[in-house]
Design a protein around this ligand. Structure first.
Ligand code: AMP
Ligand code: MG
Length: 518
């Protein structure tokens, strides 16, 4: 076990690529460089609020025992071997080119190498301004930091590829935020999360180099990314093979989001990981009542570009932006077919995943019709997605009447079913039971598959909202409880949370819709 303070950090990224070493934190354009040095701005007092023991164990890292180590988690101490920097990237935001963005409030301190030889970037979010802070303050509030900390760990335990969170600290400093973008700014407690990932590189890191016509930098970044994160890719056409794998990983990630009902909320190309990880937790939400048009992000209205059901198509659009950024180094005639593999990969994996959710032995062409019927019926009756699939696991194998079916799913419903809705549900369940009859696996094997695929505990926004309100009052009971529950999302151990979103939360800010203000 090594300590944060005595660790010999690696700095491969900054020694490989050109950077602005001045340490100047004035917001500016930084042509020609991939990063700018950014020393964290010290805060009043760093207090440890949460620490992820499991992640620390994976890294071979000791929990801080003294204040100086805690100080590292809040940017108040930078050790000799660290090289703090903010990465320069661009992005397409809400469908339009936004030019240079960059890490405006994220600072990578260094690369932590494990005994097994794997490296992870340690990155502070909210540690003060960088060259990319534009007009903002480089800080983060407790509310958004708790959301990032808990949700990245929740996604990890759900089995969804994601960046991780090691620690959450408060800064003892207030941060001014206009949460509703309505001119009523107020001070909120400041906080900092230490995020961990093999790399935080985004599509936007490549887009900026293409937009600036820095072809050598682009070529070098792509080759470095392949050598370091895709070492199995060798031979000719390396870049094309790599892009094809990014397409595949992104498609897989979208299938995973659809599986658990996760809506990211801000799928701009600067929030798309080139490793296929869920990255940048902002105004995200799980789907409560099933609705493909649901977006949790108030900034995403009225267009609903980033709604639940649109995510797979948006990911494809974003991959198109990445492909465009690679045009100077790969032939268009090869890139386009690689991009097109997205659809085949996505649908194949999607139907496989849905087959697992439904406990099917395999998915035939006929089954895709049944899966579509599930989507249409859920969209029509809007049950709680998580609870519906849980109740499906224990469906009796014989149902006599429409009422019996409606009763079985009663706990998952937000509103009483109209007669025609009950009919739709009855038809669906009748078809489903017929299909289960033809399963070549046992009923218990089928149920086991469903239990592994359908989460029972999800970190709903209203729960986060309550935990945050408590923390702001200095209590941490719910926070600690959620931290435990998210580690066992497929068990019934935390069934106290097995209920639909309560009525009071349906219109409340922070529980159903969120702004980007964080
Ligand atoms: P996001 O929508 O959170 O992915 O952020 C988009 C861009 O805004 C990124 O370049 C962020 O670094 C930057 N940004 C967001 N919030 C802040 C902040 N409080 N201070 C500085 N930059 C920020
Ligand atoms: Mg972002």
């Amino acid at each position: 076990m090594e300590s944060l303070r005595s660790k010999n950090y690696k700095r491969d990224f900054v020694t490989t690529f050109p950077g602005d070493e001045s340490g100047n934190l004035t917001p500016r354009q930084t042509p020609g460089v991939l990063y700018s040095k950014a020393i964290p701005t010290p805060v009043e007092k760093v207090t440890l609020l949460a620490w992820s023991d499991e992640l620390a164990a994976e890294l071979g890292m000791q929990k801080p025992t003294e204040q100086q180590e805690v100080d590292i988690l809040g940017g108040n101490l930078v050790t000799d071997t660290m090289y703090p920097y903010a990465a320069c990237y661009a992005g397409h935001q809400f469908g339009s080119w936004a030019g240079q963005l960059g890490d405006g409030r994220a600072i990578t301190l260094g690369e932590w190498e494990t005994i097994a030889g794997k490296t992870f970037e340690l990155q502070l979010k909210g540690a003060g301004p960088t060259a990319y802070s534009r007009r903002a303050d480089g800080r983060a509030v407790l509310r958004s930091s708790v959301r990032e900390y808990l949700m990245s760990e929740a996604m990890h335990y759900l089995g969804v590829p994601t960046t991780r969170a090691l620690s959450l600290v408060t800064t003892g400093e207030p941060v001014l935020r206009d949460m509703f973008y309505n001119g009523n700014a107020a001070y909120e407690p400041g906080a900092i999360v230490m995020r961990v990932a093999p790399s935080f590189l985004r599509f936007g890191n490549f887009e900026i180099l293409n937009s600036r016509k820095e072809t050598d930098n682009l070529k070098n970044l792509v080759n470095w990314t392949i050598d370091r994160y895709y070492p199995h890719i060798t031979g000719n056409d390396k870049v094309l093979t790599w892009f094809t794998e990014v397409v595949e990983r992104t498609a897989s990630l979208m299938v995973e989001w659809q599986r658990v009902g996760f809506v990211h909320g801000v799928m701009n190309t600067d929030n798309m990981s080139v490793l296929g990880l869920t990255i940048d937790y902002g105004p995200y939400s799980f789907v409560d009542d099933y609705d493909p048009d649901f977006t949790p992000n108030t900034t995403d209205l009225p267009g609903r570009r980033y709604a639940f059901g649109k995510q797979p198509g948006i990911a494809y659009w974003n991959l198109g932006c990445l492909a465009a950024a690679l045009l100077p180094i790969v032939e268009k005639d090869k890139l386009l077919p690689a991009l097109e593999t997205y659809k085949e990969v996505y649908w194949r994996k999607y139907y496989q995943m849905m087959g697992n959710k439904l406990g099917l032995d395999k998915v035939t062409n006929e089954d895709t019709t049944l899966i579509t019927q599930f989507e249409q019926t859920l969209t029509a009756i809007k049950p709680d997605m998580t609870m519906f699939f849980q109740l499906l696991i224990d469906l009796p194998l014989y149902v006599g009447s429409t009422q019996e079916v409606a009763d079985h799913f009663k706990d998952s419903l937000y509103e009483d079913l109209k007669p025609e809705e009950s009919e739709l549900l009855f038809n669906l369940i009748t078809n489903y039971l017929e299909r289960l009859n033809r399963n070549t696996i046992t009923r218990s094997a089928s149920q086991e598959l469903m239990r592994k695929t359908n989460p029972r505990f999800i970190l709903r926004n209203y729960l986060l909202h309550q935990a945050i309100e408590e923390l702001e009052r200095g209590e941490n009971q719910l926070f600690l409880k959620l931290q435990q529950a998210l580690k066992e999302p497929y068990s019934d151990k935390f069934d106290e949370f097995f209920q639909t979103r309560p009525e009071w939360a349906s219109q409340k800010a922070g529980c159903s819709m969120l702004s980007c203000s964080s």
